[in-house]
Design a protein around this ligand. Structure first.
Ligand code: ATP
Length: 597
């Protein structure tokens, strides 16, 4: 399976700190989710500035305090210094409580909106997207990557801003007090930048790989859990275990590699800082001793304390930088969903009303799921209004696809499909789909009660209407027996026939003017099928009905039957006409008759 089709800019051999895509992603996030929060962001920034100023004031007061000690000054001055220092730390403590609370609220709300928008956007995706993308990849983006982003924005970024402000304010103070000493201390800056550059490349590469592996793990998990019946019946537990273990090992290895890349940063900065301290102590000490410089011991000690206060947040900033590189990959993953543009969309000014009871025509329809395997080449079919038309044919001949194309689940490449003379592309998609009651082969059952599962297709239905639909589909007794019990994930607690009857009940409840039945009764026992078919015949009265069935006995009374072979309609007519033709239909009928004998 192709992994992570959404991930972009995979050529990582020499990434700059910020790629063009990174900048676009940041801009997108800022423009859509942060800009409207600017007043609050300023409030956070204001509080952070207060913290920075508190630090600078602490430094200044420390110098005064030291001077009182060194110069044997007045004790009351010392007490005053101590009281103000305590006050400053109390202010810093208070802001340290408010800032993360505010920032987490801001970030979680921003990411909640991001998730809401992505979910809304995902709903517009063509069905073909879901045919090729496993749920694991979508979950990865909407759950783990969005979560990682929230943490990063809410905590890491705010801490980084605080650290940055501290570095700027305290450095500014140090430059003001002792510019020469400061110049000595920052000779290490280029080394730190080089280290960061080297590490950031590595982190980006490993993080992208880690996201791919995590996506693969989610896919594998999803497939195994969903396919547990097949796994067990085929005795493949060990195989699946090994597959999942391989993914988890991959995650472990990448996390170790990620940490290894990040781990270089801290010791490198520590060594560089030690070098700077040594320089400052040496050179600063010389300055204090030498009469050529006007600087005393208190100033040197204060400068050293100031350096500690700068280097600590600088360490954090370097760490933040490595986290930022990883977060940029998350942001790219999340934003890549936005790059997916649905092709099946309403045109400008779509029609809301059309003749839903008119005939359905396919004219020269060309369609392929993928370019390498074309399915229909100028296929023309005619489903007369208010009549029952059946489509039969070998498996894989394209019967279900015709139903999908009529309801515009996939877009045709050539020709046109009209209902009551209106091209379906001109109709608003929601209005078009409103015109169908469908019993499909793949029945989706939610983990809710039977009642809620039926009601799903028309939430505004009355209780009487739901009971009526359930009676017609022969499922009312089961509703009485099960009550409000949920049906299990994907309706796991139901038999195939029971699921099919839910689908039929939904079609009854929907009672739309066009009825699409795809192997609608194939899972029912013969007696139930007879009763359900009689109900379905009543439901189909006056409606344009298209029936796909393998059992020819189920459609022999249709007004018209199309025989499909490899995407072409090779025969059409009534049951009797087709038998008289002595062609493919006749052959299929004879085979099935033989089977039943
Ligand atoms: N979502 C899809 N993506 C790619 N190919 C598909 C998809 N759905 C169906 N196909 C292919 O298109 C062809 C027609 O499929 P379709 O489901 O329409 O056949 P069918 O006649 O309804 O078959 P059956 O009788 O088995 O239900 C098949 O070859 C199938 O492999």
């Amino acid at each position: 399976m192709k992994l992570n089709p959404l991930a972009r800019s995979k050529n990582n051999s020499k990434l700059p700190f910020f790629t063009k895509q990174d900048i676009e992603n940041i801009k997108w996030f800022w423009d859509n989710y942060l800009i409207q929060r600017t007043p609050w962001l300023f409030a956070v920034l204001g509080l952070i500035l207060v913290q920075g100023v508190a630090y600078q004031q602490f430094l200044s007061l420390t110098e005064s305090g030291l001077r009182v000690i060194f110069d044997a000054g007045v004790i009351s001055d010392l007490v005053q210094v101590c009281a103000v220092v305590f006050g400053l730390f109390a202010v810093r403590g208070l802001t340290s409580y408010i800032v993360p609370r505010l920032s987490t609220w801001l970030a979680s709300s921003a990411v909640m909106e991001l998730r809401r928008d992505l979910i809304e956007h995902m709903m517009t995706f063509d069905l073909s997207y879901f045919d090729r993308t496993s749920p694991g990849e979508t979950i990865l983006r909407l759950v783990s990557q969005a979560d990682g982003l929230s943490q990063f924005v809410g905590q890491a970024t705010v801490n980084a801003v605080r650290d940055f402000v501290t570095v700027v304010i305290v450095s500014g103070y140090l430059i003001y007090k002792a510019p020469v000493l400061f110049g000595t201390a920052i000779v290490i800056a280029p080394v730190i930048i080089l280290i960061l550059q080297y590490v950031s490349h590595k982190i980006k590469m490993v993080q992208r790989e880690a996201e791919n592996v995590l996506g693969a793990y989610m896919n594998a998990l999803e497939e195994t859990v969903n396919g547990m019946r097949t796994v067990k019946i085929s005795n493949q537990e060990k195989f699946e275990e090994a597959r999942l273990l391989q993914s988890t090992e991959g995650i472990r290895d990448l996390q170790i590699r990620l940490q290894a890349a990040q781990a270089v940063v801290m010791p490198a900065i520590d060594i560089a800082s030690a070098f700077a301290y040594a320089l400052v102590i040496g050179f600063g000490g010389y300055m204090a001793i030498s009469p050529a410089y006007d600087i005393d011991g208190a100033a040197i000690i204060t400068f050293l304390i100031g350096l500690v206060m700068v280097f600590d947040p600088m360490r954090n900033l370097a760490k933040f930088f490595t986290q930022l590189q990883a977060a940029l990959i998350l942001l790219d993953g999340v934003n890549s969903m936005n790059a997916i543009k649905p092709t099946i969309r309403d045109r400008d000014d779509p029609k809301d009303s059309f003749d839903t009871r008119g005939e359905i025509l396919l004219r020269d329809v060309t369609f392929a799921y993928s370019p390498e395997s074309p399915l229909f080449d100028r296929l023309s079919l005619d489903f007369p209004a208010g009549q029952r038309t059946a489509i039969v044919g070998a498996t894989g001949s394209g019967k279900t696809t015709i139903l999908s194309l009529i309801s515009r689940l996939y877009e045709i490449e050539g020709g046109e499909i009209t209902i009551g003379g209106t091209n379906i592309r001109d109709i608003r998609i929601s209005s078009l789909r409103q015109a169908f009651s469908v019993v499909a082969q793949d029945i989706v059952i939610f983990n809710a009660s039977l009642w809620e599962n039926i009601k799903y297709v028309r939430p505004e239905s009355t209780d009487e209407e739901i009971w009526e639909a359930a009676e017609s589909a022969e499922i009312a007794d089961l509703i009485r027996a099960r009550g409000d019990l949920p049906l299990g994930p994907k309706g796991a607690q139901l038999s195939g026939g029971q699921k099919q009857r839910i689908a039929i009940a939904r079609a009854f409840l929907r009672n739309a003017p066009i009825l699409l039945l795809d192997e609608a009764t194939s899972a029912l026992d013969q007696r139930t099928e007879e009763r359900v078919k009689r109900s379905l015949a009543r439901l189909a009265e006056g409606k344009t009905t298209i029936i796909v069935a393998h059992r020819l006995s189920a459609i022999s009374d249709a007004d018209k039957i199309y025989v499909l072979d490899q995407g072409r309609a090779v025969e059409s007519g009534t049951h009797e006409e087709l038998l008289a033709l002595g062609g493919l239909y006749h052959g299929m009928y004879s085979t099935q008759k033989g089977e039943y004998r």
